[in-house]
Design a protein around this ligand. Structure first.
Ligand code: ZN
Length: 143
């Protein structure tokens, strides 16, 4: 059993900016030579989320609409009253979606569905520089 990790850095625009992380995660699996195990994709931070979706404009627009309906920016948030940073909706959206994803790796490949991509959703109210941790655990990974 071995473990390796790499950190991906990217700039996001905020306000439900959605990025496809699949190419980077696939590359990390390939580089690690992991054959069988799991890859965890985690974004440190309480206003971003990692999940999967079919990465096409319609589904991305539908997700953004759902986020607006679920946690509208203009609702009263206790977080905003306390801190005045105006991103109460960002925090609750991130909490609901979750900060990480685990994908099984079988025979050196991510076991994603054909129309299933790994995405980072930046829910903050302004552009951010984000780090995403990609950790690989299992058999066949180089040290
Ligand atoms: Zn805040």
């Amino acid at each position: 059993m071995t473990a390796t990790a790499e950190t991906l850095e990217l700039y996001t625009r905020g306000n439900a900016d959605i990025r496809d992380l699949t190419p980077a995660v696939s590359a990390a699996v390939k580089n690690s030579q992991l054959q069988n195990g799991i890859v965890t994709v985690f974004c440190p931070g309480s206003t971003a989320a990692v999940t999967t979706i079919e990465y096409e404009d319609g589904a991305l627009a539908d997700l953004r609409r759902l986020l607006d309906e679920m946690a509208p920016p203009d609702r009263d948030y206790a977080h905003n009253r306390r801190w005045g940073d105006g991103n109460g909706h960002s925090h609750v959206r991130a909490a609901v979606l979750g900060p990480s994803l685990t994908v099984p790796v079988v025979d050196g490949r991510l076991t994603l569905g054909t129309w299933q991509q790994i995405i980072l959703v930046d829910l903050d109210t302004h552009p951010r520089q984000r780090k995403v941790i990609i950790q690989l655990l299992g058999e066949g990974a180089s040290p």
